[in-house]
Design a protein around this ligand. Sequence first.
Ligand code: ASN
Ligand code: ZN
Length: 333
Amino acid sequence: QWQGIETGIGNTQYSGQVTLGTAQSGSNYTLTDNARGGHKTYNLNHGTSGTGSLFSQSSDTWGNGSPSNAATAGADAHFGAAETWDYYKEVYGRSGIRGDGQAAYSRVHYGNSYVNAFWSDSCFCMTYGDGSGNNKPLTSLDVAGHEMTHGVTSATAGLIYSGESGGLNEATSDIFGTAVEFHADNSTDKGDYLVGEKIDINGDGSPLRYMDKPSRDGASKDYWYSGIGNSDVHYSSGPANHWFYLLSEGSGAKVINGVSYNSPTSDGLPVTGIGREKAALIWYKALTTKFTSTTNYAGARSGTLAVAGDLYGTDSAEYKSVADAWAGVNVGE
Ligand code: ASN
Ligand code: ZN
């Protein structure tokens, strides 16, 4: 039921003070974003099934920046859903995860000390744990973009979540999670090529993953090799994440928004970056028009080259950089 579009204020844990799409219901406000398909955010209050309760309160100011306030995670999740919606809508003209104008919904405070977040196609919903003692709630912007992108992948290429296609599925989520974070242009959570740097999942301040040199996490692969499909999908994603970094920013050392990167290539040859927007557009078009459920690394190479040829021509600098970046992660002809 349509309840109008209100603009609330969120005091988030990770993104500072933000505006939130809310709706009025009687004398209360709810986390219902009618400007973005009616996306709702629910409080599971430590449950693990159903929707718990829709965030509802008499004030339209949500959370206080601290995880001890239950609405803080609600504000972060609601903001992450809005920024993910806006990214796909503004950059690709895609309305919602399935492109049908329909919102998903978010659930926060899942279970107890749950150190993960996940997308589910069956509920068409997004769920966040609170983290445990030595890490934090999972509700950061790049995690929101990562997880909801699993829904986009599922609705498009349908990359099977194992083997090389599984690594490409995971990389797609890291690529667009990163792109969402940059596109949000939030002064508290600036864009970076790190995944999950805000949630301190390792308890030592390090991010979950690095795109410039994926092996910095101690497990991800920098370069493709025969048999990489036997690795966990969060590690076989490495070469595609690395390809995206190389194509966006080029090889070698660079500082972006105060973060230092140093991206090597497997062949020792340089790659010239074409910028993040073009790199993401090439991946998006490949995902939505070239990839299938069984696309592997060789198929990702040919699909992205085909897209770059269509967009920029096969004699273009962009086409050459796409090829060079694949060569740089050991994916050849
Ligand atoms: N957070 C994890 C991910 O999106 C959940 C999972 O294991 N699929 O990769
Ligand atoms: Zn994932």
